[in-house]
Design a protein around this ligand. Structure first.
Ligand SMILES: [Mn+2]
Length: 399
């Protein structure tokens, strides 16, 4: 028996910060179609979904047709779909399930009641599934409080639940890894976090992550997973159906003693891009470290905003964060605010001032970011980088 595992598809949402021509092929509906194709190609017996299949309550009509088409295609290939509802689709998934072919699509654990389902292979029971669905968008308790699995009968078991792993005060069904792994099941399929993570061990616990990333913060490879029933246990899952889209943040650390060279920067970016295996990459560049020539760097960044690293890569945002080298003597010579801040470094900031300095620091850091539309480089001579450097020194240097 072979299973395709996935969660957090968020049908109806379009991944953020994409250029117009990319929006359509990157839609989550297209990712669902890719999952269906993968399930058929891999000849799985069932597709198991760990919640948040649909993004929002008003996504009913947008999700219905692709889900119905996909379910029928899977049904024709003898593949079942078993899903639990997450916080996003607590209300809409039960409504959708009523419209989908019931011999193919099963919503497990409706209304927050654990439910068991036995999958058969060659007419013999092969795997027991336990599922719990969000009854409403918020659930403060740990769903395991009501989990009472059947007495051990030798049948392997996969638990399926959507919840906030490791966040004990979450309003989205807080789950504890230790408690999950103390249950008499073979494996767990979770949902909720969009970054994939596999906790090995027995039982293994898989947070499959979104099969298509939805936001620049969701970096790294995204995909569904496949597991197989072998010798009475489910094998550790392996990646399948890799996303067509990838978000990445590339950090470019600069050194004050080596001027930033545009060619060097471009080559470093292209070198890193070679490692990404996907149709489209959305890059965020983050310049860090130190520079003694902010004007040169700003010009560099202006050129980079007009640069297309390749037909399948765009630069979505550039964060300009290098600092000038720290030089308190030069700052004192500037007088005024700079001299005051340089003195503060020696004496430490007075009580209550720290928070206000932190806010000021955050505002200064945001001044040099290209936000996909335009960049306001800091002109020279500009005291702000030095003021930022002094503030950082105070904030980081004092207890
Ligand atoms: Mn969720």
């Amino acid at each position: 028996m072979k299973l395709l595992l996935c969660s957090d598809l968020h049908l109806g949402r379009t991944p953020a910060r994409l250029p117009e021509p990319w929006r359509r092929p990157a839609r989550t509906i297209r990712a669902w179609e890719a999952l269906v194709e993968c399930a058929i190609r891999e000849k799985v017996n069932a597709v198991i979904l760990g919640g948040d299949l649909v993004d929002a309550e008003n996504g009913f009509w947008e999700a219905l047709a692709p889900l119905e088409t996909g379910a029928r295609t899977l049904g024709d290939a003898g593949i079942r779909v078993i899903a639990v509802a997450g916080n996003h689709d607590a209300v809409v998934l039960p409504r959708l399930a009523a419209f989908l072919p019931s011999d193919v699509f099963t919503l497990l654990g409706a209304r927050g009641q654990w439910e068991a389902l036995v999958l058969k292979e060659n007419d013999a029971p092969a795997l027991r599934l336990y599922g719990w669905s969000f009854p409403r968008p918020h659930w403060d308790g740990d769903p395991l409080d009501d989990f009472s699995p059947a007495p051990p009968d030798g049948l392997p078991a996969l638990g399926i639940v959507h919840g906030d792993l490791g966040a004990s005060s979450s309003r989205h069904a807080p789950l504890s890894l230790a408690r999950l792994q103390a249950q008499p099941v073979t494996s767990w399929l979770l949902g909720h976090l969009h970054a994939p993570r596999l906790h090995e061990g027995s039982p293994w616990v898989l947070m499959p992550g979104s099969p298509q990333p939805l936001d620049p913060s969701e970096t790294g490879a995204h995909h569904a997973w496949i597991t197989e029933l072998q010798n009475g246990a489910l094998t550790p899952p392996r990646p399948a159906a890799t996303a067509s889209l990838r978000y990445e943040t590339l950090e470019i650390p600069l050194r004050a003693d080596i001027p930033p060279g545009e060619d060097t920067i471009r080559k470093a970016i292209l070198r890193q891009l070679e490692g990404f295996d996907c149709d489209r990459t959305v890059l965020r560049l983050r310049f860090t470290g130190e520079t003694s020539d902010p004007a040169f760097l700003a010009a560099c960044i202006r050129h980079l905003t007009e640069w297309e690293p390749g037909g399948n890569t765009i630069i979505e945002k550039i964060e300009n964060r290098p600092r000038p080298p720290f030089d308190p003597t030069a700052c004192r010579q500037l007088g005024g605010l700079h001299a005051l801040l340089a003195d503060l470094i020696e004496q430490g900031p007075p009580d209550g001032l720290r928070q206000r300095l932190g806010d000021l620091h955050a505002r200064i850091l945001r001044q040099g970011e290209f936000d996909g539309k335009g960049l306001a480089p800091l002109p020279l001579p500009d005291p702000r980088p030095h003021a930022e450097r002094l503030l950082a020194e105070i904030l980081e240097g004092s207890p």
